[in-house]
Design a protein around this ligand. Structure first.
Ligand code: GLC
Length: 536
């Protein structure tokens, strides 16, 4: 039964993530843009998504794909104009699609006016207080502490007069000082700027950043040591973050049904802190991004996410892929003991079983679409796109490649332009070659090739999202069924059952009419790596 939860649209929304640079190139310069994105609104409407989250589209040197913002109120000219963005938001709304804007408050670009002023001003000046400028250790020639950048190397860069500034990411992304009142005020204003122009809310970048420990104590460890955020470091997931979030929430609440979703790479046990009723509406559940194809692991994450979100009156927010990780169609084709992001460079590449990855990716999609809560899909998921893992290192643009000293290949392989057609210089992405080369297998996966093929991933997604909308929106029931060790099975209310076979042998389906499957099914036998939806 629908409940008043349906009024809070984000609780059950299917949100489609657009990496605008790689989605559709409207003006034929090899870079995706707002005109291209706008021309594809009918496609997204037909796919059945409720909202779009657009990765940063602001004026930027694109040193980190736009997560280095030079002006938060202006669109980069490669993507269009601010007027184009406003028209696009309105047009999307006419297609029944809301638009979430990506906000990057942890750092600016080094091309931002504030940072230019800071560099031009002397040590100790007011202009430097908006960032973290410190003197070095020893005679000043050593960084102020041992903090490491998430992209590799020290988190400090020295400027001409000898001071150092902090950047948790690339040196072109100086961290803002969130204790400075102008910084706080500026982001209230930027939020209002986009809310006034129709934005449905914000995806907040590095929501676990922002606050740094007073006195900048040594971390005692490298943030990239593989322990992720489980061990606290003095610059991530600090309690001082939460008053900032409450302030944003008050701004957003002034506008009615707008929302905030946090990109917070934190331990699952800490995630509910971000989801308290006066903080974020959603926080991405990233646990599935690093989970092996194992029913036990998936089940544990699903149970914990549902439980911990409910404890603070929220719902889970499922994610299988995004612009920062190896696409799941490739991840699921690799053996469990392989780290996919290292495998990109180090291989061995012959370990990849592409067909298995594709099967599992389809099964995983039907699983997440059937779960309670909201789900985010990344552009190209609906085409079953694999990671473009063969990209030659000469074409790489991700700053991780340089910052890691060529030890981590980075995220370009999931950012390759979308194939829309089987032909053309960039497979319908635009009139010329795209900013990254597309792998040969993209040709057969193009949207136009899949559009009318009943067995295609695109048609599967369309059907699944339609069924989800008809049957599951507003349904709060979730009851786990025990169908064996390698099977995930649950009922949603009285009439809907989802069964995922993650084992090596076919299993017998429970009673009910099969309404959708992620792959071929033999009578009542559900093959491995396959999901079935049943009505009863
Ligand atoms: C987030 C973004 C990522 C970016 C980083 C720095 O993790 O998703 O793409 O590189 O923040 O802004």
């Amino acid at each position: 039964m629908p409940t008043d939860r349906t009024a809070q649209w984000w609780r059950h929304a299917v949100v489609y993530q657009v990496y605008v640079r790689s989605f559709a190139d409207g003006n034929g310069d090899g870079t995706g843009d707002i005109a291209g994105l706008r021309s594809r609104l009918p496609y997204l409407q037909r796919l059945g998504v409720d909202a779009i989250w657009v990765n940063p589209w602001y004026r930027s040197p694109l040193a980190d794909g736009g997560y280095d913002v030079a002006d938060y109120r202006e669109i980069d000219e490669r993507f269009g104009t601010t007027a184009d963005a406003v028209d696009f938001i309105a047009d999307a709304r006419d297609h029944g699609i809301r638009v979430l804007v990506d906000l990057v408050p942890n750092h600016t670009s080094s091309e931002h006016r504030w940072f230019r002023e800071a560099i031009a001003a002397p040590a100790g000046s007011a202009a430097r207080q908006r960032y973290h400028f410190l003197d070095g250790r020893g005679d000043g020639g050593l960084p102020p502490n041992d903090w490491k950048s998430v992209f590799g190397g020290s988190a400090w860069t020295r400027v001409e007069d000898g001071q150092w500034y902090l950047h948790l990411f690339d040196e072109s992304q100086p961290d803002l000082n969130w204790e400075h009142p102008q910084v706080v005020q500026e982001f209230d204003d930027v939020m209002r700027f986009w809310l006034d122009r129709g934005a449905a809310g914000f995806r907040i970048d590095v929501a676990h950043g922002l606050a740094k420990a007073p006195g900048y104590p040594d971390a005692g460890r490298d943030v990239n040591d593989g322990k992720a955020t489980l061990d606290p470091v003095p610059y991530l997931d600090r309690d001082e973050i939460h008053p900032i979030v409450r302030r944003w929430r008050r701004v957003v609440d002034e506008y009615g049904d707008r929302m905030l979703v946090a990109e917070a790479w934190v331990d699952a046990a800490r995630r509910p802190l971000y989801l308290r009723p006066d903080e974020y509406h959603q926080a991405f559940d990233f646990d599935l991004l690093s989970t092996h194809w194992s029913a036990a692991e998936f089940e544990a994450i699903i149970a914990e996410s549902i439980r911990s979100a409910a404890a603070v009156g929220s719902d889970p927010t499922w994610v299988l892929s995004n612009h920062d990780v190896v696409r799941h169609a490739t991840r699921y084709g690799l053996p469990a003991d392989i780290d996919p992001s290292r495998w990109l460079l180090d291989g061995p590449h012959e370990l990849l079983d592409e067909a298995r990855g594709r099967r599992r990716a389809r099964a995983a999609a039907l699983l997440t679409f059937a779960l309670p809560g909201s789900t985010y899909l990344y552009q190209g998921d609906e085409l079953g796109l694999p990671e473009a893992w063969r990209l030659p290192t000469e074409v790489l643009q991700d700053p991780i490649w340089e910052d890691s000293g060529h030890t981590v290949k980075g995220r370009d392989g999931c950012r390759v332009p979308i194939p829309w057609e089987a032909d053309g210089p960039s497979l319908g992405f635009g009139a010329v070659e795209g900013w990254l080369p597309q792998p040969p297998e993209f040709r057969t996966l193009a949207a136009a090739v899949q559009a009318d093929d009943p067995d295609s991933t695109l048609v599967l997604y369309r059907r699944a999202l339609r069924l989800r909308r008809d049957r599951l929106v507003g349904e709060t029931g979730f009851d786990v069924l025990d169908l064996g060790r390698d099977v995930i099975a649950f009922r949603r209310g009285a009439g809907f059952t989802c069964v995922v076979n993650m084992g090596d042998d076919a299993i017998e389906l429970p009673a009910g009419e099969v309404v959708l499957t992620s792959g071929p099914v033999d009578g009542v036998l559900l093959p491995p790596d396959t999901t079935a939806w049943l009505a009863s």
